[in-house]
Each structure stands twice: as C-alpha cells, then as structure tokens.
Write a protein that binds this ligand. Sequence first.
Ligand code: GLV
Ligand code: MN
Ligand code: MN
Length: 398
Amino acid sequence: MSFEEMWAALLPVGRDPGTGGYHRFAWTPPELECRAWFLDEARRRDLDVERDRNGNLFAWWRPGGARDGAVLTGSHLDSVPGGGAYDGPLGVVSAFAAIDLLRERGVRPGRPIGVAAFAEEEGARFGVACLGSRLLTGAIAPDRARGLRDRDGRAFGDVLAAHDLDPDRIGPDEDLLGRVSCYVELHVEQGRALTAPVGVASAIVPHGRWRFGFAGEGNHAGTTRLEDRRDPMLPFARMVLAARDAAERHGAFTTVGRVEVTPNGVNAIPSAVTAWLDGRGPADDLVRRTVAEVHEAARDAAREHGVAVELAEESYSPVVDFDTALRDRLAGALGGVPVLPTGAGHDAGILAARLPTAMLFVRNPTGVSHAPAEHAEPADCLAGVEALTAVLKNLACG
Ligand code: GLV
Ligand code: MN
Ligand code: MN
C-alpha cells in the first residue's frame, strides 16, 4: 500500500458527509475502524503488533530481531469533534510509508523502528489530552484516569474493560519506555508559520484546560422577574469576554469551545452552565496569570448574580523545549529546514519528560487545523515522508 492508498483508505472513516469534519473519538466505532486499519497495515508489512496496557498501539520492525534502543515514530488516529483529516493520521500513514521506503532502498537498521498510534491524544472523549502517552509515562495517576467520564457518563476504566484491557493495569510502562531510545512525531503544521514543505519543531508552548461550573436556579423565562433571577448564563458570558480580554493583555490564547447548559431549554432560565477554557501562552506564568484573571472576573460576575462558581484544572502541560541534540540531528539530516515552535499539544511533548523527542512538521497551506479546512498538499506530504525516512535512517542506522 502506497502513501496515497493508505490515505485514501482512511479518508472516509468517521467523516461527516455534510461538514467534511472528522469525529473519531477514542474507542468509538470510527476510531476502532482506524485501529483495525493500523493493525492491517502492520501485518501487511510483517511488523510485530503490540497493544500496550494503556491502549496505545505499536507496530515494530525488528531487523535481525533487535529489541532495544528502538526509534519510535507515529502519532495518533483520534480527532477533535469536527476535526481535519491530517491531525494525527498524517504521522501514522507517513511512518508506514517511511518504513516501506527504507525497505525498498535496502536499508537494514541496527535498531528496531516502531510506529505508534497513541490513544485519546485529543482528549475529545475523556477530557484529558494525550491520555495514552500520559498514562504510559506516568504523567497522570491511573486512579484519576480510570474515573474520567465521557459525555454519556461512561468511565474510562469501563470503556477499557469493554475492549479487553484491564483497567487495574493501566499506568507507567517502564519496560516499554526502556526499549525506546527516542520518539520523532511527524505532524501537519497547525498554523501558517511554516512556509517550506517541511520543518522541525523547537518547542511546544504551555497549555491547559480548565472547567468552570456555574450553578444558579432554574426557573420560568416569562414569569421570573429579572431581579429575582440567579441565571448562570450571565456570569458565564462575562467569563468568556474576560478570557478574551486577559488573553489580549498577556499575549496569551484563550478559547471557550465547549459549553453545556442545563437543562438547555429555550424558555427556561438555566440551572447550571459548565464551560471549558483552553488557555495557552508563551510562558507558564502568563498562562497562569491569564487563567487567574478569568477566574476572578467569573467570581465577581457570579457574586453579582447570586450564582456559585467552581473552577477545576483538568490538565496542564508546561513548556516543552525539544531535545536540542536530537533536533539538531534532524535538522542536520534534512539540511537547512526551518525550526519553529507550536501552540498545539502533542504526545511528543508528553514523552519528552522521559525520552529525547522531536517533531517534523508538514506545511499547511490553509493554516487551519481542528476543522475541516485543515490541509497539506500531496507533494508536501510526500516531502514529509522523505524527510521522515531520512531521519529514521539517520537515527536507526547510526
Ligand atoms: C491538540 O492538538 C491540542 O493542541 O489541543
Ligand atoms: Mn489536534
Ligand atoms: Mn495531533
């Protein structure tokens, strides 16, 4: 299967025919179809398949039976709600295509090369991004992970059990980590910063997710006097505007992309509003200050309207500066490609706490991501595969 054939096989999976957006949430049918595709591609190539205790998938090429010092590549197969085709799958498809090129060219690496598909990278189902790699590296406590719930109230632990994974065995996997020498993730670039076909990542900016819960009093839209209302929608609205203002003041990014209203009726004052704030910025203290100011504005507005407000941090990822030696080695193997930071989170950022990690970016001409317009030109995708091939050769043969 060529890059184009693999890409074409994945393209319809989980795609909304109306919007063109992808809905591939961890352990839902479209994502399971992507997993089945991964296993087929691995077996087609005679790679050793491994599903780890945390539900991450690996396909290992072990020339001569080599087991240790593996060079790991890959990405993820799940998506955000209504996401683009490239975020995640481009790295996995490119990884298989790069192994094909190495074999076609008669390269026989001394180290194993692994292709990874990390579970629940987007956190679209259970709320914590990079859940699979966080569990693998010990960045999230197994107890907390087991209790995470999806929008239908299903616990992560129960979903794992339904797919033959033992929820009591999730958590750090030193055996697996000990077999890997480095991780290189190829990813579509998610803004307009990359003007060459391929680039190398320097850093991931700090980012996190916070949940605001506003609790008021449900009541009738027509009979409740304005002065008698305890409407949680009002402090919520103030919180959204405060988030934008704070981001502008601190040079940060804030987004409120998800909100749940209870009971969500046109003619009922809501009893509760839950909203998620995504906050990112150039430095940890700026992100922290931004969120603190949003919280303060939400508290002031809630007090004014007789509403209770609660804030919970669901995840936080400090700044990641990718391993300089590995980054320089990639840039050297590729000969003068741009080196750039990103505002997007990645498993490579989580794994960086345990291993040297690096990222290759493929140009995105629309600059759009997490939306259907996300794109990479076929020629740039193939340039990405060539770059990854050169990098894997350099790392696994050197
Ligand atoms: C994942 O892509 C994120 O940056 O949230
Ligand atoms: Mn993403
Ligand atoms: Mn991604």
